[in-house]
Design a protein around this ligand. Structure first.
Ligand SMILES: [Zn+2]
Length: 308
């Protein structure tokens, strides 16, 4: 059975059509409408129509997006899309004829990688997105862990441990969520850029920094970043205890990120705590939307009795 996914980002929405083996048949991208919910849902309806035409069937379609859909009310809560407060099932029924299963993008990454990806066969798998934001999802025995709030593992908005800030002489930087000292403010892409500026490198992006890693000043920034990111991984290890952490998102694509984090982590873990395996996402940028498509197919086949 074909299945499809919509990957909703802050700048673009990608529709991806998969065959029965979850191989990509075709993709289409449109800019994310940011002005109104009506325009946003109309764009989703257009992409659903394209998937149905391209497949020639009324295929299962799932959605991966940042934020959360409250399990009981069906209300969307998301920071950078124009749909906060909208009832997803009702609006999707208007434009697509039926509700479509929606999954947080970090949870979708974990789900995809735990099923035919880098975390396949691992009982406790975390998918972690390090990009413009910093968030994670968790799967146990290959299924999204069922929790009443429906949220992902929002570790980016836990506080960066004071000991880490003290070690590097860093102040409490304000996060995009408005609170001081969140992990995301230091470890996500904008945080890395800010860290580089703070350490005297001026305005520089993550890829530019990685390209200059042979220079001592850039290497120093990357070393501090890896130490801060290792603190975040330590928090994750102490709370969730995953066997494996699969990395996605733009910052994780910097050369050598897995090796850097592997090297930094032992010094941050409490003695005796098992080290997680760290891997890059096997399905790359398409992993989240692959997870959403798999969710839709399993839901259609009655294999997912509850909504993640
Ligand atoms: Zn925050």
């Amino acid at each position: 059975m074909d299945c499809g996914g919509l990957d909703i980002g802050g700048t673009k929405i990608e529709a991806r059509l998969f065959d029965a083996g979850l191989g990509t048949i075709d993709t289409r991208r449109v800019p994310t409408p940011r002005d109104s919910a009506d325009g946003f849902f109309a764009a989703l309806g257009g992409l659903v129509g394209w998937l149905r035409d391209r497949s020639g069937t009324d295929l299962p379609i799932g959605i991966a997006m940042s934020g959360v859909v409250e399990p009981d009310s069906g209300i969307a809560r998301t920071a950078n899309l124009p749909i906060s407060g909208e009832n997803m099932a009702a609006r999707l029924t208007e434009v697509a004829g039926r509700p479509l299963p929606v999954m947080n993008d970090s949870m979708a990454l974990a789900f995809s990688e735990a099923n035919g990806g880098a975390a396949d066969g691992h009982a406790a798998a975390v998918g972690m997105i390090i990009g413009t934001g910093f968030a994670a999802g968790v799967c146990l025995d290959g299924r999204p862990a069922r929790r009443p709030g429906g949220i992902a593992v929002e570790i980016g908005h836990c506080g960066m441990p004071a000991r880490a800030l003290a070690r590097h002489g860093l102040d409490l930087w304000t996060c995009g969520c408005g609170r001081p000292g969140c992990i995301e403010a230091y470890v996500a892409g904008p945080g890395l850029t800010r860290l580089a500026a703070h350490m005297g490198l001026g305005k520089i992006t993550a890829p530019e920094l990685a390209a200059r890693a042979h220079e001592a000043a850039a290497e120093a920034v990357l070393a501090v970043w890896a130490d801060l990111a290792a603190e975040a991984l330590e928090t994750l290890q102490m709370t969730i205890d995953p066997e494996i952490v699969v990395l996605g998102g733009g910052v994780s694509q910097m050369p050598g990120v897995v090796e850097r984090l592997q090297a930094a982590l032992p010094a941050r873990l409490m003695p005796g705590t098992p080290l997680p395996i760290l891997r890059l996402a096997r399905h790359g940028d398409a992993s989240g939307v692959r997870g959403a498509a798999l969710l839709a197919r399993m839901t259609a086949q009655g294999e997912m009795p509850w909504r993640p």
